[in-house]
Write a protein that binds this ligand. Sequence first.
Ligand code: SAH
Length: 213
Amino acid sequence: MKDTYRHQGKRQQLVRTVKKKGITDEKVIAAIGKIPRHLFMDSSFEDHAYQDKAFPIAADQTISQPYTVAFQTELLEIKKGDKVLEVGTGSGYQTAVLCELGAKVYSIERQRELYKKTKTFLSKLGYRPKHLSFGDGYKGIPEYAPYEKIIVTAGAPEVPKDLLSQLKVGGRMVIPVGTEVQTMTLFIRKSAKEFDRKEFGAFRFVPLLEDKN
Ligand code: SAH
């Protein structure tokens, strides 16, 4: 688990890249500059870890592109102490970004292998999400609801109703919606029944899958 000067140098290059692409939130940028992304990936991809690209992880899944992670996180407007639900723990990289911003993170993953691996890995690295769940994130994690923020890191063919219902009034949810290509979508809960919906460009994610267990 080494983080060398060479890794750090490449990471600063990545920071410049995400800034150039339009990320402005200083705290998000600092998190990208701090987290050793190469450790979240298979060692065979180590040389590519600081490219602004998604890469394969276990169970046919991917670690999201750093720009996408930064973009989704920026839209959430995380404040220290926010209770955040993440659907799709995957490698744990996005989880680590949320922890760096001082969020209380509740994350759920439906691939058992990834759930187990990432749980051990995050604690080794010193990240302490409040709770990591194994299961179907379509249903959210009702035991800990409501959440100030919700982030979905897989492409959702439709917006899961349970997730909207677990969002606090005043809260924000960021979710890529679509099948082949997804539209990044932000929901802001205005009241018990009203949501504002805003759309932000096209992205590509692995699919959000329902009910495997
Ligand atoms: N945040 C992750 C992204 C991983 S890719 C990272 O930065 O590495 C998306 C993840 O969502 C995959 O690990 C996939 O298994 C998971 N996923 C897909 N459908 C899901 C569901 N219904 N519930 C929970 N996780 C799901």
